[in-house]
Design a protein around this ligand. Structure first.
Ligand SMILES: Nc1ncnc2c1ncn2[C@@H]1O[C@H](COP(=O)(O)OP(=O)(O)OP(=O)(O)O)[C@@H](O)[C@H]1O
Ligand SMILES: [Mg+2]
Length: 298
């Protein structure tokens, strides 16, 4: 089986983590002191939250202050039973050495039910000495306030462009790929700062399934959509838009790239509508409906 590159290049130490430099430095300094508070990481997908929890674990084991590490992915086990049984049992049992503590890492913690979170907050408080919690999630608003207030919170940002492209270049070199810089940049631009997505696209490019930039961007389809809209045709572009399989926000980006690259003479209204489409999608608008609004608006 081919190796999954984003796992192969998952940082193992603090100095391998890219972007979010201030957060990294602060967490590293805390961890080097030999102890940590409860931590809560939030932010978009593929930007290093899970990676950070593992790097912390590695360093604490090196420092010999960590006795055990339990990891639970809350999107698989989200109910109160897991919290009461697995988590509580782990947290309360002694670790036999007063200078050591345990860590329970709850990944995708925003999936934990409300009951589960309420049970968790009591466990966090009661067994604080014995066990520290690291929670990671996409939507911090789904984490109840009493848990938030027991944690030191870090909001991770999307990967910075220069760091992201350098990382892709490093992987490309190590894999003996010969993908060009502007192609790597295009991969990055399409990713919204999601490094996992970047590395996955790079991997399919290295495997030869996407050789041309146009394939990464689906440029032909986007060109066709834009052209049709400009000629006042509404039905076909809507069908095309709904058939695209990428993330709806990537579609907005694809439309933009297509217009921008060709220097098409689009009206001011076009760009305004594109911006409104983007905002509507971020705030949870149904893509099909928003696309219909968009093609009718421009
Ligand atoms: N800051 C980073 N530095 C280097 N590589 C990174 C970074 N962030 C992400 N990656 C790459 O992306 C992969 C996925 O990252 P990670 O699992 O940490 O994402 P996440 O933020 O936990 O995302 P999700 O919200 O989807 O769980 C890593 O294996 C690594 O290859
Ligand atoms: Mg994660």
């Amino acid at each position: 089986m081919t190796e999954i590159l984003f796992e192969k290049y998952r940082p193992q130490t603090f100095n391998e983590i890219i972007s979010n430099n201030e957060i990294n430095a602060e967490i590293e300094a805390t961890v080097n002191s030999g102890s940590i508070p409860h931590l809560l990481f939030y932010g978009r997908a593929g930007i290093g939250k899970t990676t950070m929890a593992h790097v912390i674990k590695n360093r604490l084991f090196e420092l010999n202050v960590l006795s055990k590490f339990l990891e639970i992915n809350a999107s698989d086990e989200r109910g109160i039973d897991t919290i009461r049984d697995k988590v509580k049992t782990f947290a309360r049992t002694g670790n036999g050495n007063k200078d050591q503590f345990k860590i329970c890492f709850l990944d995708e913690a925003d999936a934990i039910t409300n009951d589960g979170q309420n049970a968790l907050r009591r466990i966090m408080e009661k067994y604080q000495k014995n066990c520290r919690f690291i929670l990671s999630c996409n939507r911090i608003s789904e984490i109840i306030e009493p848990i938030q207030s027991r944690c030191t919170i870090y909001g991770f940002k999307p990967i910075n462009k220069i760091d992201g492209i350098n990382q892709l270049q490093m992987i490309n070199n190590k894999e003996n790929g010969n993908i060009e810089e502007d192609y790597l940049e295009a991969i990055f631009n399409k990713s919204n700062g999601d490094m996992r997505k970047c590395i996955n696209t790079l991997q399919s490019s290295l495997n030869g399934s996407h050789r041309k930039l146009s394939e990464v961007f689906n440029i032909d389809t986007y060109d066709r959509i834009i052209e049709a809209i400009m000629f006042g045709n509404l039905r076909q572009p809507l069908i095309d838009l709904n058939e695209l399989t990428e993330d709806p926000r990537d579609i907005v980006l694809g439309l933009y790239e297509s217009v921008f690259k060709k220097d098409l003479d689009c009206s001011k209204e076009f760009y305004i509508a594109l911006g409104e489409l983007d905002r509507a999608l971020i705030s949870g608008g149904i893509p099909k409906i928003q696309f219909a609004w968009f093609v009718n608006k421009v």
